[in-house]
Design a protein around this ligand. Structure first.
Ligand SMILES: *[C@@H]1O[C@H](CO)[C@@H](O)[C@H](O)[C@H]1NC(C)=O
Ligand SMILES: *[C@@H]1O[C@H](CO)[C@@H](O)[C@H](O)[C@H]1NC(C)=O
Ligand SMILES: *[C@@H]1O[C@H](CO)[C@@H](O)[C@H](O)[C@H]1NC(C)=O
Ligand SMILES: *[C@@H]1O[C@H](CO)[C@@H](O)[C@H](O)[C@H]1NC(C)=O
Length: 859
């Protein structure tokens, strides 16, 4: 870390008034001081003045600390201390402190005390350069050490700032040496180096501080091994040792190239070639050697009629090296005195000395070759040079030229057979060979079928395409030539007629508009046929995937859905499922439903595809809802929609009590003449029920608090509510009659009911009757304890409207039960009457006489 960076300078200016750089011993002597680690959170107790001075306390310097006026306790503030920022680099070894001033005691004495900022290990070591480069010569002796200039810095003090170094991945080649008061970190070479084996070493130099929680930094140490000229040139194994040169070669003809190498690099590897002084004068005259490239060339035209051998000793010299040597033997071949000619007798078809041969023929004799010329040449022979599918076989001093294998026009349509004449002169020396070239043309045969560039074509095309659209172009090649290679295209026999292919270009097109919903993929076979005779053909397949377009609107199963829902259904109850189809693919077929024109409490649950309620329904408020559902898909460019009508009928639930209209009050009273003849209707009870069906079917029943012996002269018709005089009124019937009527609906399983008093006064005065107070019911509170409630009569609750038939059946069953229960009760009644004659019993609509005397506490 460089001291005097801009950051430090700012701090230095700011803190000039706070910091006094004196030796800490002086301050601590006899006075008050505190110490606290740097970077503390706010609210940490740093010390207290109470031990030293009496209260009150007032801190004059407000930075970093605040003081409790009463206790003299010093606490850290939001402003954190950073020791490295507060104290300059030069004072790293000394204590870092801040002088604070305070007024203390009743008399207000001014005191000054230092607070020492202790170091914590909050700074990691740091290398200025992440890479350290060092160059070491390969001939360095083991144990040599190099000073590493790049040392790491650590801003912390004491152990936190003391650094240790080690190497990683040095493989034992290098080690570190750190001398306590030496110049710094030294790199020590541990093994011998060889640039030709390894020219670079890379390792990590790690600096670690000595804090209790050590921090470290790493730099890459790159050591380049520099070259020393410690290798000498040597001739390569592929450097030529013997070469031959024809006797009629011209000046500058390249005879050979010698090659030597030196594993050193740069100028240390430079090689200079030279001819040894021991080389013969003739050789020196005939050949030149390029000192840099090693090329050996002729210095003049050779005019040699005799064979000759020349020895060339070549030296390769490097810098400070003894020269390496090699020897090249150059054989000069004598020049032929007279040209030998070849006479060719053609057997195969030929034109202008060129033979024409159809391909794929079994090996056959093409021509007879005969040598003509200088008879002084003895032992001359013919041979075919280089690799060709032809052979030359001697027969009776002549040679038969034949094919060695069938020829392939497509591989090579023209062959040049180079026939070499080798001979010896009369003296027996080898003479330079002469060459003769025979041409053979291969004629094409239709032996290649067309070949498709791809055996399988794949393409994707959007549906609803324009008819006649071009899809792709197939292409096949035929290695044959002419008609044998002329390709035409066609489609397989069973291909749909909507696909066409241009026989010449191979362009495939579709004449109709494709519909993915009808067929999403098409597989075609295309043929390529050549025009040879017989023609050859091959096939390729084409797969066409039809891509979807949003061309289908969602479709409802029916344009009108009718649902039934009971009125007591809870909010978010399932009303009905809606099936919708969209044959398109993916998002184009992904539909969503919405309720439109909705005044009712309904919402579409698209996750389940069901219609749900949003609140409670009340049939008595609204018994039917009409609205539309809109289905829309998520088409990419266009969204298609369709709608369906929804009708929802709210089914009734017995949720309304009957309401009594007549009589208007429990205290209404009517005078009945004792002369009224039996069967006359005297009054009527009338009640309404807002429910529908059975739930609103009202029955009226007069009940007595307990079985009574006497029967009432009035009868209540359970259906109409008509109250008639049941029998001729007698003397005993005079007076007030209170009829307690239970008004009940037909709801299942439990009917709802209300009660009402009908008060009738039998008096011949016919004066308007008046009731002071409403009678009080003293009987059982369970007023629906009626025959229809007998356990055997319990009927299952059937809510569904579609099960009305079943409901009817249950009603029949219920009425049967009622009858049965009536019989049972009747028998019970008979028995009880026999047992106790005192208490009376009323059945059905009969009302006990003289209620008043017995059951009303009237005073
Ligand atoms: C539904 O509302 C739209 C306008 O939002 C209207 O055009 C359409 O006629 C309404 N349909 C019915 C059945 O009320
Ligand atoms: C008559 O009194 C009964 C309670 O005894 C009450 O439930 C009923 O509503 C009353 N009827 C009328 C019409 O006030
Ligand atoms: C009840 O009385 C009315 C006349 O107020 C009559 O029309 C009707 O038939 C009577 N109903 C029965 C079941 O007696
Ligand atoms: C009938 O009415 C008259 C006069 O209002 C009354 O004096 C008489 O007691 C009544 N009879 C009965 C049996 O209540």
């Amino acid at each position: 870390m460089g001291h005097g960076t801009p950051d430090n300078m700012n701090w230095a200016g700011l803190l000039q008034s706070l910091l006094v750089v004196v030796h800490v011993q002086q301050i601590m002597c006899g006075s008050v001081w505190f110490s606290i680690p740097e970077e503390q959170e706010p609210g940490i107790l740093a010390g207290s003045l109470r031990k030293h001075f009496p209260p009150p306390y007032q801190l004059l310097t407000q930075e970093y600390l605040w003081m409790d006026k009463n206790t003299g306790n010093l606490y850290t503030t939001e402003q954190k201390t950073d020791r490295e920022a507060l104290c300059p680099e030069e004072t790293k070894a000394q204590e870092c402190f801040i002088l604070h001033n305070a007024v203390v005691g009743p008399s207000g004495d001014l005191i000054q005390f230092p607070v020492i900022i202790e170091d914590i290990n909050d700074n990691a070591p740091h290398f200025e350069n992440s890479e350290i480069h060092l160059r070491v010569s390969e001939d360095v002796t083991v144990g040599t050490s190099f000073l590493l200039d790049d040392r790491a810095q650590d801003r912390d003090a004491g152990d936190n700032g003391e650094l240790h170094y080690h190497l990683e991945d040095s493989d034992g080649v290098f080690s570190l040496k750190v001398e306590a008061d030496g110049p710094g970190v030294m790199l020590v070479v541990q093994t011998t180096l060889d640039r030709e084996t390894k020219d670079m070493y890379q390792m990590a130099l790690v600096a670690t501080d000595c804090g209790s929680d050590p921090l470290s930094a790493t730099a890459t140490l790159i050591i380049t091994v520099t070259d020393v000229n410690d290798n000498c040139p040597s001739f390569s194994s592929d450097s030529p040792r013997s070469v031959s040169v024809p006797g009629d070669s011209l000046k500058n003809t390249l005879v050979a190239q010698v090659r030597a190498t030196d594993p050193d690099s740069g100028p240390n590897a430079a090689i200079v070639y030279s001819l040894s002084p021991k080389v013969s004068e003739r050789a020196k005259k005939l050949f030149s050697l390029d000192s840099l490239t090693g090329y050996i060339r002729l210095t003049q035209d050779l005019q040699s009629d005799d064979s000759e051998e020349l020895l060339l000793k070549v030296l390769a010299s490097g810098h400070h090296c003894p020269p390496a040597d090699t020897q090249v033997t150059v054989s000069v071949l004598p020049k032929a005195k007279q040209e030998l000619t070849i006479k060719i007798g053609f057997i195969a078809e030929h034109q202008n000395q060129t033979m024409v041969l159809p391909e794929n023929q079994p090996p056959t004799v093409l021509a007879v070759l005969e040598l003509e010329g200088d008879s002084s040449l003895k032992g001359s022979s013919l041979a075919i040079e280089s690799e060709v599918p032809f052979t030359l076989s001697p027969q009776n001093g002549k040679y038969l030229l034949s094919t060695s294998k069938p020829l392939d026009y497509e591989m090579k349509s023209e062959h040049h057979i180079s026939v070499v004449v080798q001979g010896r002169s009369a003296e027996g020396s080898v003479i330079a060979p002469s060459r003769h070239v025979i041409r053979v043309m291969v004629a094409d045969v239709n032996d290649n079928a067309p070949h498709f560039l791809q055996s399988h074509y794949q393409l994707e095309v959007e549906e609803n395409n324009k008819p006649g659209m071009s899809l792709l172009q197939v292409s096949a090649t035929d290695a044959d030539s002419g008609y044998n290679g002329m390709v035409t295209y066609g489609l397989g026999k069973h291909t749909s007629t909507i696909f066409n292919i241009d026989p010449v270009t191979g362009r495939l097109s579709v004449s109709a508009s494709l519909d993915r919903e009808q067929q999403g993929a098409h597989a075609l076979t295309v043929f390529a046929r050549d025009s040879g005779s017989p023609p050859l053909e091959s096939a390729a397949t084409v797969s066409i995937r039809v891509l979807d377009q949003n061309d289908n609107a969602p479709a409802f199963l029916t344009p009108h859905f009718i649902f039934f829902i009971p009125e007591n259904a809870p909010p978010f109850a399932h009303v009905g499922g809606l099936v919708i189809t969209d044959p398109d693919e993916g998002e184009n077929g992904n539909t969503e439903l919405h309720v439109v024109n909705n005044s009712g409490p309904f919402v579409m649950d698209n996750t389940q595809g069901t219609l749900r309620t949003t609140t409670n329904l009340d049939r008595e408020m609204q018994d039917r809802y009409e609205f539309y559902l809109l289905a829309s898909d998520h088409g990419h460019l266009v969204t298609l929609t369709s709608s369906a009508r929804i009708t929802i009928f709210v089914e009734d639930i017995n949720d309304n009590q009957p309401k009594v209209i007549l009589p208007s009050s429990n205290s209404s009273c009517l005078t009945v003449s004792p002369e009224t003849i039996a069967g006359t209707m005297v009054t009527k009870i009338y009640a309404i029920d807002e429910d529908s069906g059975l739930n609103s079917e009202i029955t009226y029943t007069a009940v007595a608090p307990e079985p009574s012996r006497n029967s009432s002269p009035f009868r209540v018709d359970s259906r109409s509510g008509n109250i008639t005089v049941a029998q001729q009124l007698l003397q005993k019937d005079l007076g007030m009659h209170h009829l307690f009527i239970v008004v009940r609906d037909g709801g299942r399983p439990a009917p709802l009911y209300t009660t009402v008093w009908v008060n009738l006064l039998v008096n011949d005065s016919m004066e308007p009757c008046h009731l002071d107070r409403v009678p009080t019911w003293t009987g059982t509170p369970d007023l629906v304890q009626t025959p229809s409630k007998a356990p055997i009569c319990e009927v299952e609750d059937t809510r569904s409207a579609q099960l009305t038939l079943l409901a009817g059946l249950s009603m029949m069953l219920a009425s049967t039960c009622l009858l049965l229960a009536a019989v049972v009760l009747y028998l019970k009644y008979r028995r009880s009457r026999l047992q106790q004659n005192k208490s009376g019993h009323v059945e059905g609509n009969e009302i006990p006489l003289r209620f008043k005397d017995k059951y009303y506490s009237d005073d």
